[in-house]
Design a protein around this ligand. Structure first.
Ligand code: FES
Ligand SMILES: [Fe+2]
Length: 373
């Protein structure tokens, strides 16, 4: 799992004045809106005795821990310890990590890392979001597999005729012609020719009036750290899926999808679109859940790659560079699914860089094995 990226952690309409717990990189966070409507993202671990702030109450711009009522402001600074006499000073260490947030494309993005603003990798551009000819739906599903397995599954064109059969691929024509990869530091994209089956059901009705192409171009792309785009050109129009593979733990992934279409754009077709997207996910689910090893190997030579796996190989190479840069969050840093007595760490937020004297002050120090961070 990679830190130092913007992660889309929740659909924006789900974040209100009520605290909402979200999980990413094996860590829990609490989201809530301040009085002015901005989104706050704090580590969900109260620095006093590890209570979950998400079970607490929001008053004004502050959140109170449900256990002893310590109140933290939107920057994560503790501003009230109810058990203390008024004149007693609040320790400087009494704060939790606060993560920068932005709202974009109907999602709340949290920057999970400590890089200063100018060094942060970009949020990918989703042009369909502001294009009035497109209509969006939201879909989500939990998968019992590692997020890199579900991530690679979506850029993997050669599985479609086998896993999705006539719903999405054409089992009679499984060959993938060679494709060229356009790569940047943070993304890779390729136009891939696939032989499509004729669309059935509701979407087939309109398609019948148009001639069936022999190949359709599907654009597959990945954006670091965990987003995959799938652009399918159907005879009746364009369908684009942006697929966010959120690592809940090493072996559980919350897949959130923004699905855009420029046909049947009335709300009446939203349910049908969602069902089609869910059907694709349900076809992938048993396959990715059966993959072994559960975690994506670090070493390229640990699995066999062929020409059509180019996008995945590009991802694995880039990932290795970032691991060398120290951006990897490994098993020891993960606190969900705790074993008793295991102690917790949090992802360092930018504030720690701004206050070097506090750098390790409110870290939940020891991990399994007792190494301090
Ligand atoms: S555990 Fe949060 S106030 Fe004590
Ligand atoms: Fe698939």
């Amino acid at each position: 799992m990679l830190k130092n990226f913007w992660y889309a952690v929740e659909f924006a309409d789900k974040v209100t004045r009520q605290p909402r717990k979200v999980t990413c990189l094996g860590q829990d966070f609490v989201l809530y809106r301040t009085e002015s409507g901005g989104v706050t993202c704090l580590s969900d671990l109260c620095v006093h005795r590890g209570g979950a702030l998400s079970m607490g109450k929001v008053t004004g711009d502050c959140i109170a821990c449900p256990y002893h009522g310590w109140e933290y402001n939107a920057e994560g600074v503790c501003v009230k310890i109810p058990a203390n006499a008024e004149e007693r000073k609040i320790p400087r260490k009494a704060r939790v990590d606060a993560y920068p947030t932005v709202e974009r494309y109907g999602m709340v993005w949290a920057f999970l890392g400590d890089l200063p603003e100018q060094e942060r990798p970009p949020i990918p551009h989703i042009p369909e979001h502001d294009d009035p000819t497109f209509k969006a739906v939201h879909v989500e599903m939990e998968i019992n597999a590692n997020y890199e397995r579900t991530f690679e599954n979506v850029v993997d064109a050669s599985h479609t005729p086998f896993v999705h059969g006539t719903a999405f691929g054409n089992p009679k024509k499984p060959q993938i012609p060679d494709f060229r990869i356009r790569q940047t530091d943070w993304s890779a994209e390729a136009d891939i020719e696939l032989s499509p089956p004729p669309p059935g059901g509701l979407w087939g009705l309109l398609a019948k009036r148009k001639p069936q192409p022999e190949y359709v171009t599907v654009t597959n792309a990945w954006y670091l750290p965990n987003i995959v785009k799938l652009h399918v050109r159907l005879p009746i129009g364009d369908l684009l899926l942006y697929d966010f593979n959120i690592p809940l733990s090493q072996d559980r992934t919350l897949v959130k999808i923004l699905g855009y279409r420029n046909f049947f754009t009335g709300s009446w077709a939203d349910g049908n679109t969602r069902k089609r997207i869910e059907k694709i996910l349900l076809q992938d689910q048993p396959v990715v859940e059966s993959q072994r090893p559960e975690l994506l190997p670090f070493d390229l030579s640990d699995e066999l790659h062929v020409r059509s796996d180019g996008l995945q190989v590009a991802y694995r190479r880039r990932r290795l560079e970032l691991i060398k840069q120290g951006w990897w969050v490994g098993g020891d840093d993960i606190i969900t699914g705790d074993s008793p007595r295991r102690t917790a760490t949090v992802i360092p937020s930018p504030v720690r860089r701004d206050n070097p004297e506090l750098a390790s002050a409110w870290v939940h120090k020891a991990r399994t094995g007792g190494t301090a961070q």
